[in-house]
Design a protein around this ligand. Structure first.
Ligand code: 5GP
Ligand code: MG
Length: 463
């Protein structure tokens, strides 16, 4: 069975800078939270192309200065791939690099296409061969096979044929091309560094390398950057934006600015709103670090209940963690979080969590909190129940695996064995972002898919 594409990643592109590869490396390091399965950089000195990639964290893949020094040139793109079990395949590592009639092209993609299967099948029917199981490889085929004149025109042509979510960095021998789908599902920021330009998934990457944030790449916009500077063109009329609202809930770093708003500020508002919607009598508020820290602060501020650090997270797990031979009960959660008994003992505890997907994390955590002496456990979730799978790039499982599709809130409360459970409402979520949620994708909560998913359904049936 073919591996499902899981393109939930971090991307960076650097042009016109002597230290292009080094900057790409640092940018990937800042974007590590967007993908821990693999990392890669492709660079160009205008004549030759250089490439290095591998499975693991950025610092494991780029573990030697000499590796970065070999990535020569003033042009580079980089990619972090998201980690999920079973897809740990070296052939899926990005940026993907191929040779075409018009020269080499490399591509890094964040987001999921909904029509990749249809394109893949059509091309395969015509004899095309594929190396990876990602939905990004068909884009390269479309570029290479386009009849348009020159690589930029071929890229434009390919973009007009793909549908779904994509923030892309594409590199030719002498150009960096950045593009964002017409709905702007995934973030992509443009920055300036010395005489060069940088594009990155999140502004936290620009901060680390000292680049000045200029603006976001617009939905439906393609930037072409080379030694003569930057030009912009629109390759598709915008038919209304659909920014992934889950970026604010879970995925982006709080110190980033995405879709025109600060993640930190928005996430605090989620917590505040949650406290207004589901007040509770309790002694302390704790987060499930790190993803719900900011929302928990918002909850604590609004409710007046003291914020405490009741769970400590081990940050050094990485992918190479050796599973114990003898199975320790709840090992996967325990290895990540440990309760602080002194904080929890005899307390009525509010646990603010950013989201419940399958419900496994919270079920185990509740048991750990009770064992540590918590008298009451009240769960508050800073997002609405996730009832619908995502076809645009979030790693949400099938409907059956999402706990909120088959259970009511009361049933989930009983399943988790907690004293109370409250989810943020969709209206509450929307009130925390700009334009009261207009221009955001909320499909995982509402089932309203902004880009037709008919073709994606066809794909699921295929597998
Ligand atoms: P559950 O244990 O309910 O399946 O997942 C919920 C937990 O996973 C939460 O702690 C949340 O922060 C985190 N989470 C939410 N979305 C994602 C995702 O797409 N990938 C990963 N790895 N974790 C997620
Ligand atoms: Mg979490």
């Amino acid at each position: 069975m073919e591996d499902k594409p899981r393109e939930f990643c971090g991307i960076i592109g650097v042009c016109n800078h002597d230290a292009a590869a080094e900057i790409a490396y640092l940018g990937l390091y800042a974007l590590q939270h967007r993908g821990q399965e693999s990392a890669g950089i492709v660079s160009s000195d205008g004549t030759r192309i250089y490439e290095h990639n591998g499975l693991g964290l950025v610092n494991d893949v780029f573990n030697d200065r000499a590796v970065i020094e070999k990535l020569k040139g003033r042009l580079a793109i980089g990619h972090n791939r998201y980690s999920t079990t079973g897809s740990n395949d070296i052939h899926n590592v990005q940026p993907l690099l191929v040779n075409t009639k018009d020269g080499p092209i490399a591509l890094g993609h964040n987001g999921n296409l909904v029509n990749s299967r249809a394109i893949h099948d059509m091309l395969q029917e015509e004899g095309a061969i594929f190396r990876s199981t990602t939905d990004s490889e068909p884009i390269l085929h479309l570029i290479a096979r386009s009849k348009a004149d020159g690589l930029v025109a071929k890229i434009r042509d390919a973009l007009s044929r793909i549908k779904g979510a994509y923030s892309l960095v594409i590199m030719t021998r002498d150009k960096l091309i950045a593009a964002r789908d017409p709905k702007g599902f995934k973030p992509l920021a443009l920055g300036k560094l010395d005489d060069g330009y940088v594009v990155a998934s999140e502004t936290c990457a620009l901060d680390l390398i000292g680049a000045d944030y200029i603006r976001d790449v617009d939905p439906g916009e393609m930037l072409i950057i080379d030694e003569n500077g930057l030009t912009s063109e629109s390759f598709a009329a915008s038919t209304g934006k659909a920014h992934c609202i889950f970026e604010f809930i879970y995925f982006s770093r709080p110190d980033s600015r995405i879709f025109g708003d600060c993640v930190d500020k928005t996430r605090r508002k989620l917590g505040k709103r949650l406290a207004m919607e589901h007040p509770v009598d309790a002694d302390i508020v704790i987060s499930v670090p790190d993803s719900s820290n900011t929302a928990a602060l918002g909850f604590a501020n609004e409710s007046g209940i003291r914020f405490e650090l009741g769970l400590i997270r081990n940050h050094y797990i990485g992918r190479t963690f050796i599973q114990p031979l003898q199975k320790i009960r709840h090992f996967n959660v325990k290895v990540k979080f440990n309760p602080v008994a002194g904080v929890l003992k005899d307390q009525r505890v509010v646990v603010v969590e950013d989201s419940i997907v399958r419900g496994t994390t919270l079920k185990v955590l509740t048991q750990l909190l009770r064992k540590a002496g918590a008298r009451e456990v009240h769960v508050r979730v800073s997002s609405p129940p996730i009832k619908h799978p995502c076809f645009y790039g979030m790693d949400f499982p099938t409907r059956e695996e999402l706990i909120a599709t088959s259970m009511s809130v009361e049933e989930i409360r009983r399943h988790l064995d907690v004293d109370s459970l409250g989810y943020l409402s969709v209206e509450g979520l929307c009130s925390a972002v700009s334009r009261k949620g207009d221009g955001y994708c909320t499909a995982c909560f509402s089932g309203k898919y902004p880009v037709s998913i008919r073709e994606a359904f066809r794909k699921t049936q295929h597998e």
